[in-house]
Design a protein around this ligand. Structure first.
Ligand SMILES: [Zn+2]
Length: 245
């Protein structure tokens, strides 16, 4: 049996490119109805900003699922010194705890940019686990050992949103199905048709990245999410909240 957690980073649309929240407004309900269809409880890494803008949605999520922390405004934290990290993380933690009516114990770094100082600050603030490392980012591997040394659990992501959108991505996802625990990573904006939504103006150097993130977003993503869950169930995966791993 494999223990698996489905995790969703709840933030603005394709950060840092847009300041819209169409993913939360239109994509999140579709992801939730997919989870409900299979009776799955999941973990949502939310920014404090999203708690300010959508308190009712976060409160409703908190009734059924786990709410964890994804920073204050999706700003990168890996370059900050310890005192600044303590400040920004405790403000974000309080905001999220007040909205969700439960203190978050899990964290995922905005843009998956983790650092030793960040892990240390999380441990200082009483966090139990971090899930910012990806098994597909070899340069991050050292942080698994760092986290262990600091005394915080690291839960590496093994199936990411891109695999659920691009051609052949599901073949890559399939190679991870035996992993325990198995962490799947996605965003509300993966579930909207990014090209059709017209998220606003973007600067020319960003266009390639936005194009990349729009491939397969919306219908294909949702179809693949459903088939991934079915594949995982065939492998007798047990879906649990990340905090219970
Ligand atoms: Zn994020």
């Amino acid at each position: 049996m494999v223990r698996a957690s489905l995790t969703v980073d709840v933030e603005e649309d394709i950060p840092p490119f847009f300041r819209s929240f169409k993913g939360i407004e239109k994509g999140l309900p579709k992801i939730l109805s997919t989870f409900n269809e299979f009776g799955i409880k999941a973990t949502f890494f939310v920014t404090a900003e999203v708690c300010e803008k959508f308190p009712d949605i976060i409160r409703e999520l908190a009734d059924e699922h786990e709410i964890a922390c994804h920073g204050f405004r999706h700003e990168r934290l890996d370059g900050l010194e310890l005192p600044a990290l303590h400040r920004t993380l405790s403000t974000a933690t309080d905001k999220i705890a007040n909205t969700a009516v439960e203190k978050p114990v899990g964290f995922r770094a905005p843009r998956l940019r983790v650092s030793e100082r960040l892990l240390r600050a999380l441990a200082d603030l009483g966090y139990n686990y971090d899930s910012s490392v990806s098994v597909w980012h070899p340069w991050q591997r050292k942080f698994v050992a760092t986290a262990k040394k600091i005394g915080i659990k690291e839960l590496p992501i093994s199936i990411d949103n891109t695999m659920l959108r691009i051609p052949m991505g599901m073949d890559l996802a399939r190679t991870q199905l035996g992993r325990d625990p198995l962490i799947v990573f996605m965003h509300p904006w993966d579930a909207i048709n990014i090209r059709r939504e017209r998220l606003g103006r973007s600067e020319a150097p960003w266009r390639a990245s936005i194009f990349w993130n729009s491939i397969g977003a919306g219908e294909r993503f949702l179809r693949n999410l459903r088939s991934l869950i079915s594949m995982m169930l065939k492998k007798k995966a047990e879906f649990v909240l990340a905090r219970d791993l």
